[in-house]
Design a protein around this ligand. Structure first.
Ligand code: FAD
Length: 309
């Protein structure tokens, strides 16, 4: 059995979601290749070759791949898929964009958000916002899985797999126009070791910036938010943590003025240590919190900032 892992990268850096997806792939087979899609991505391919257990790296480049155009990504993967029994994609926003398309073209039923590999055809995935786990078995000739990176340890680095270059596809129906990249000195939300999140209690975008962001900066943390905070315009969309936002599992998650609705918990309950600050002692967030502070964030957060120096 051979497995193809699609690397998560930005043409310059390989994200460690790839290392985690390789761990899932190695539970399926020892024949694991990594496909790097991009442009000018030689450094990414070299980094992928260092991941432990990788047999070969395939580097496919084109301008459209460099811009992450799903049509080109899909055509490239489908062109290579004949040599593989499974295609594994990190369950990121990008991966969730093209994986269903790849599955449709391969006449496979995609299995999303895999958190455990039971055997070469059986996988565990969360359903109902993480309140139940479903075990699914597939008879598809080529399995297409998205892998939840937070559920797997990152594969180590000690490998020396060779890089093979293949032609990358271009899109025929989609044309790249422009892109706006968010520039931030903070760590990326899904990869951060510490996340500080704010909820509806902030009451305004100004308050969110005044309370959440300085604490995050002090801790070198990423900033997250509840959907209520995002919907109210206190924080940008890409800060949302939860069932319909990002799934995070940092070493430390600090929830400030967040009630702990199941849809929010679905995105953060696997964090190693959870700290909740909420003035309502009965808020559900305290059921998952390792440390809870019942109090007004307007007094607790300044005290925390002072204690951090
Ligand atoms: C299909 C679906 C998908 C969803 N997806 C998501 C998702 O991905 N992510 C998500 O977050 N939600 C999601 N939701 C929404 C979710 O159900 C909740 O409505 C939302 O999480 C509530 O956000 P909140 O905790 O910030 O607000 P609230 O529930 O209003 O909680 C605010 C909390 O702040 C506390 N508070 C108020 N003032 C203070 C103060 N001064 N100091 C300290 N504490 C204070 C209150 O006691 C309260 O507990 C989804 C809902 C649906 C139906």
């Amino acid at each position: 059995m051979a497995v193809l892992v699609v690397a998560d990268n930005d043409n310059a850096h390989l994200r460690d979601t790839t290392h985690k997806t390789v761990t899932a792939a190695l539970a399926l087979s020892s024949d694991v290749d990594v496909l790097v899609l991009g442009q000018g991505a030689d450094a990414v391919a070299a980094a992928a070759g260092k991941i432990d257990g990788v047999r070969k790296v395939i580097l496919a480049e084109s301008a459209d791949l460099g811009h992450g155009i799903a049509e080109a990504i899909c055509d490239t993967i489908v062109g290579l898929a004949g040599g593989y029994d499974a295609v594994l994609v990190p369950a990121t926003s990008a991966g969730k964009n093209f994986a269903p398309r790849v599955a449709a073209r391969l006449d496979a039923s995609p299995i999303s958000d895999v958190i455990e590999v039971v055997s070469s055809d059986t996988f565990v995935r969360p359903i109902y916002a993480g309140n139940a786990l479903e075990t699914v078995q597939t008879a598809d000739k080529t399995k297409v899985l998205t892998v939840r990176p937070t559920a797997f340890k990152a594969a180590g680095e000690g490998g020396s797999a060779a890089v093979e270059k293949v032609a990358g596809a271009s899109a025929s129906k989609t044309r790249f126009q422009s892109e706006e990249m968010v520039k931030s000195d903070r760590p990326e939300l899904t990869a951060a070791k510490i996340v500080v999140s704010g909820g509806r209690a902030m009451g305004s975008a100004e308050e969110f910036q005044k309370v959440i962001e300085p604490l995050a900066d002090k801790l070198g943390a990423a900033v997250g938010a509840s959907r209520a905070a995002v919907d109210a315009g206190y924080a940008p969309n890409d800060y949302q943590v939860g069932q319909t936002g990002k799934v995070v599992a940092p070493a430390l998650y600090i929830a400030i003025g967040i009630s702990g609705a199941i849809q929010h918990l679905a995105g953060m309950k696997d964090s190693k240590v959870i700290v909740a600050i909420n003035k309502d002692a009965d808020a559900p967030i305290f059921q998952v919190a390792d440390y809870g502070i019942v109090g007004d964030y307007k007094t607790v957060v300044p005290e925390l900032m002072a204690a951090l120096g």
